[in-house]
Design a protein around this ligand. Structure first.
Ligand code: ZN
Length: 348
């Protein structure tokens, strides 16, 4: 099957590769329609590794995907050929200790698309467990379906934060994940979100959403902005989505006494954290790794019109232009939030 293969660091090719064709009774076969380009895909392309996951052999990229069912296994009852779907890219071992605890996202045995050595789905077709495949409501497009995966990280962050209606939240970092966290926080009941970044272009896009206020760190100090907005009390929740040492340093000055800090961004190297400041405010600290049990809720919010991800698509490419799509993503243009690759011209 033709696929976008990362051969080694910095080298991509669109070529034939052997991929599994065997369907089990609990699986579905999916014709891919739209696949998003994720920061992690780009990082494997530019660096060949993320933490302990190292590219040692050619790997197909892509894990943010939507498509159409073409075949279902004998045991599958909730999906049928022709259904438009999106897929959860991590498949845990259902019998693992983590899965039994309901923490399947941190199952050490999880296999996750486009995480070495597991192939991703930038190919015309894939086979996937039906239980991790979600039917798209009729008013949700393939483009939106392919953004459920990154939005699920926002859903996980808002869930872990235990948002109370009316909360004021701060999001540090205005990339795709930061914006999606802000949207999930608003959908979860936050009254407003202040989002900080150094890029005016990214902040401008975030500010087109009701409830989001931009803080440009080149012009304004985040601490002062939050103090001004909260009469010096601090934010109920701070979502750290930048992975930047400077943002982590100030987290516990931005959060209110008794507030919550949610760590979403992954600093490439360990960064210092002010434990004394955290203790003096008796903060709750939560961490986020991918997501569990949020895809159905994410789709419900999108279908209900409470979350609009469409403005986040900055560019689309055909399957034949996949390499160009990754080269563009590697440029990290400030105006690019989400680039997508369309594999199948049919439908929307
Ligand atoms: Zn992703």
């Amino acid at each position: 099957m033709k696929a976008l293969v990362l051969e080694r660091v910095g080298e991509l090719s669109l070529r034939d590769i052997d991929l599994p064709q065997e369907m089990g009774p609990d699986d579905v076969r999916i014709r891919l329609h739209t696949v998003g380009v994720c920061g992690s895909d780009v990082h494997y392309y530019t660096h060949g590794r993320i933490g302990n996951f190292v590219l040692n052999e050619p790997m197909v990229l892509g894990h943010e995907a939507a498509g159409t069912i073409t075949e279902v296994g004998a045991n599958v009852i909730h999906l049928k050929p022709g259904d438009r779907v999106c897929m959860e890219p991590g498949i845990p071992d259902p019998k693992s200790r983590a899965s039994r605890l309901g923490l399947y996202n941190v199952d050490p045995a999880v296999t996750f698309w486009a995480t070495p050595p597991v192939h991703g789905v930038l190919s015309p077709e894939t086979i996937h467990p039906a239980s991790f495949t979600y039917k798209l409501p009729d008013n949700v497009s393939f483009a939106e379906g392919a953004m459920v995966e990154p939005f699920a990280v926002g859903m996980q962050a808002a869930t872990r934060a235990r948002v109370t209606p009316g909360d004021t939240a701060v999001v540090t970092g205005c990339g795709a994940i930061g914006i999606m966290v802000a949207l999930a926080a608003l959908a979860g009941g936050c009254s407003r979100v202040l989002i900080s970044d150094l890029s005016e272009t990214k902040l401008k896009l975030a500010e087109t959403y009701d409830g989001i206020t931009a803080v440009n760190l080149r012009e304004q100090n985040l601490l002062e902005a939050v103090d001004a907005a909260t009469e010096g009390w601090g934010a109920d929740i701070v979502f750290e989505c930048s992975g930047a040492a400077a943002a982590v340093r100030d987290l516990f000055k931005v959060v209110r006494p008794g507030g919550t800090v949610v760590l979403v961004g992954l600093p490439p190297e360990p960064v210092p954290m002010d434990i004394a400041a955290a203790c003096s405010r008796e903060c709750r600290i939560e961490t986020v790794f991918r997501y569990a049990n949020v895809f159905d809720r994410a789709l419900a919010l999108i279908a209900a019109g409470k979350v609009d991800l469409k403005p986040l698509v900055s560019g689309t490419f055909s399957f034949d232009q996949s390499v160009a799509a990754f080269e563009r993503a590697a440029e990290a243009r400030p105006e690019d939030v989400k680039l997508q690759i369309i594999l199948d011209g049919e439908g929307s």
